[in-house]
Design a binder for this molecule. Structure first.
Ligand SMILES: Nc1ncnc2c1ncn2[C@@H]1O[C@H](COP(=O)(O)OP(=O)(O)O)[C@@H](O)[C@H]1O
Ligand SMILES: [Mg+2]
Length: 263
């Protein structure tokens, strides 16, 4: 059975960074290959994982949509499903430590429901073959509501350490409840927590997170510090695999994952 982690939160809060850290941690724990699903159309998980996506599933989504229109429903069903699964296999980037599937985005107007359903079914089947799955989502919850994975073991809401950031995470949680998103455990991660200035007030974002998520099923699972090295390396296009093990974001993330993922 695969263990599935999904990450959500508003844009720019650190979802992709956390997803890459999770892929590295899980693979170092021996749960390899990890299936990394990049479900954010503004994809950059590939760069953080040190590979380059050329053919995103978005193109496949386009092809399935066209196929659905060109073949009659009575003859096309199985062929389309089979073709799609083949295409997905082809678009996987495979490495020893992880496989990456980039979902891309629907390109044209019109209805993608059929294509999305077929795609969802294919990804679910694929995900079942991996020991661990990490899903990096876009800011909304569309992918989770479409159930591109069977079941999420842990859904993490990433928030920056501002009041606004944490309030947005709480709203996203309320939405997830409304959409009946099924997750084994729910957590919030406060990212980019700054060292307080000497003699200055201490950072209270964790207390605020506790208060905001009172009366919810969400646990405050931890925080990651603001770290110049992480930002600079990302800007320079360096992958997560060479981040030094003593980096404070890595050590904080590793101990958080150790609490979240049963061994
Ligand atoms: N703890 C951190 N310290 C410093 N910079 C960070 C930290 N977490 C993320 N960043 C930087 O913030 C930017 C946005 O992060 P990213 O993971 O791409 O966010 P998202 O996927 O939510 O849009 C990136 O440049 C990333 O390197
Ligand atoms: Mg991202």
């Amino acid at each position: 059975m695969s263990w599935t982690l999904a990450i959500t939160g508003k844009g720019g809060v650190g979802k992709t960074t956390l997803a890459a850290l999770a892929v590295r941690w899980l693979s170092e724990q021996g749960r390899r290959p990890v299936l990394a699903v990049d479900a954010d159309p503004n994809t950059n998980l590939d760069a953080l994982l040190g590979v380059q996506v050329s053919s995103a599933v978005g193109t496949i989504r386009e092809e399935v949509k066209q196929l659905a229109q060109s073949l009659s429903a009575s003859t096309g069903g199985m062929d389309k499903q089979h073709l799609l699964e083949l295409k997905i296999q082809q678009s996987l980037i495979e490495t020893e430590r992880f496989d990456l599937l980039a979902m891309g985005r629907p390109e044209g107007p019109g209805c993608y429901c059929y294509a999305n359903n077929v795609l969802g079914a294919a990804v679910r089947r694929l995900a079942g073959d991996y020991p661990a799955v990490v899903l990096d989502n876009e800011a909304g919850l569309e992918n989770l509501s479409r159930r591109i994975v069977q079941r999420v073991d842990v859904l993490l809401f990433v928030a920056d350490c501002t009041t606004r950031g944490l309030t947005t995470a709480r709203r996203l949680y309320d939405l997830a409840v409304e959409m009946r998103i099924d997750a084994g455990a729910l957590g919030v991660v406060v990212n980019r927590v700054r060292e307080p200035p000497r003699d200055g007030p201490r950072d209270n974002s964790l207390d605020l997170a506790q208060r905001l998520f009172e009366n919810s099923k969400v646990t405050v699972v931890g925080s990651l510090p603001e770290d110049a090295e992480v930002g600079a390396r990302d800007a320079a296009g360096e992958s997560i695999w060479t981040l030094p093990v003593q980096n404070p974001v890595w050590t904080a993330a590793a101990s958080m994952f150790a609490r979240l993922a049963p061994t």
